[in-house]
Write a protein that binds this ligand. Structure first.
Ligand code: ATP
Ligand code: MG
Length: 367
């Protein structure tokens, strides 16, 4: 039932194995067979590696990772907005909310969707011979997927395709309006993309993607939608559900040192000079990480270059320990934000206090 390019092979004992291509189906199976049907609402979060036999390229791997959220139970438009809010909050916390656009569409209820499917099929059939091979294959089974084609010729043909909005019944239209007005009330900007679809036909109503222009052609970092019909299709009770999955590798690429990234600010960079100093620094690293600081250290090289490297890593603090300092039982602690520096006694409690004081300054200024 999962039409993703699954990664399947025979195990040594010839058992046929398929590595999981996504989380959603497994979550629904857990609801059905784990007896959770009476425990709605349920919000489940999952993360981990997934496998798809795709052509590897930048942002598209055969093993990759997702963080995944599913919300089972409520059917109301408010739940769609709540889930999108969670997605937005994750992107906000990672400091990339301004780098992404929320694209949203509605596929309507099953009746609307099926009317649209017929209209789309009739339209695309006229261009059957001009469509890409893959889209020709999809035409009979799943014409909606053709709207998602990355092929330039297909895209051109889809420009004049019938629009979902014209096939939605009133109840579906109203529901979509409610999702949109809730997003507006929550201050979450969006763009309606009438060609946005999710491939599987258990998707209904809201579908959405957070996309970016910063990652080239693999620009979708997070994708989701409502899939009220999946549980039934899998043999369970009808359970309204909406979920999303974000690609961790694409998120990581996007979060490379953005403005205001919350964790890099707290990086402490240790800069020892000589083997004696290294021994002290490794002890210091042990204690500082124990205290919850993020610490990195390098071992040798030109000091100016090492300072540049610390700067590039957005280190907030650099601690320098050379022979002179060692002699004087001191270390130099540099605040990379203000450029200020102090000599601090080589005493772990004093060093920690000093680092906390520096980081507290940011917190106060940041308010
Ligand atoms: P795409 O259109 O990019 O193929 P998809 O429709 O297959 O995406 P989903 O199955 O909804 O995507 O997965 C959600 C997210 O997981 C994607 O938006 C993307 O960030 C990430 N993702 C999907 N496939 C891969 C892959 N092969 N490598 C890396 N990340 C991926
Ligand atoms: Mg894909």
């Amino acid at each position: 039932m999962v039409s993703k390019e699954t990664y399947s092979f025979n195990d040594r004992d010839t058992t046929m194995i398929t590595l999981r291509p996504e989380f959603t189906a497994a979550m629904v199976r857990a609801i059905i067979s784990g007896g959770f049907t009476q425990s709605m609402p349920i919000k489940w979060f999952s993360s981990g590696p997934l496998f798809r036999h795709e052509r590897p390229q930048k942002g598209r791997y055969r093993q990759f990772h997702q963080i995944n959220c599913e919300y089972f139970g409520p059917q109301e438009a408010g739940a769609d907005a709540e889930l999108i809010l969670i997605a937005h909050k994750i992107l906000r916390t990672l400091g990339v909310a301004d780098d992404v656009t929320l694209e949203i569409n509605s596929l309507g209820d099953p009746e609307s969707r099926s009317n649209y499917r017929d209209a789309l099929y009739a339209y695309l059939s006229q261009y059957k011979d001009e469509l890409s091979e893959e889209s020709q294959r999809r035409l009979e089974k799943n014409p909606l997927r053709i709207l998602d084609s990355k092929n330039a010729g297909d895209k051109e043909i889809c420009k004049n395709a019938p629009k979902m909005a014209d096939y939605m019944n009133d109840a579906s239209k109203e529901r979509f309006e409610e999702v949109l007005s809730t997003l507006t009330a929550l201050d979450i900007p969006y763009q309606i993309n009438p060609n946005l679809v999710r491939g599987m036909d258990y998707y209904t109503h809201t579908v959405f993607e957070f996309t970016t222009e910063k990652l080239g052609s693999q620009g979708t970092v997070l994708a989701g939608g409502r899939y009220d019909r999946l549980s039934e299709i899998m043999g369970g009770a009808a359970i309204p559900a909406i979920g999303f999955a974000a690609g961790v590798e694409r998120l990581a690429e996007l979060t490379k040192y953005p403005e205001g990234f919350p964790f890099n600010d707290e990086l402490i960079y240790l800069l020892p000079m000589g083997t004696e100093s290294q021994k002290h620094m490794l002890g210091l690293m042990d204690t500082l990480t124990e205290e919850g600081f993020t610490v990195t250290m390098d071992y040798s090289g030109n000091v100016a270059k090492r300072m540049k490297k610390a700067d590039k890593l957005h280190a907030r603090i650099v601690i320098i320990l050379g022979d002179d300092e060692l002699q004087a039982k001191q270390c130099a602690i540099k605040d990379m934000l203000t450029g200020g520096g102090d000599k601090v006694p080589l005493d772990i409690d004093k060093i920690i206090d000093h680092c906390i004081a520096i980081m507290d300054t940011t917190a106060v200024e940041g308010e």
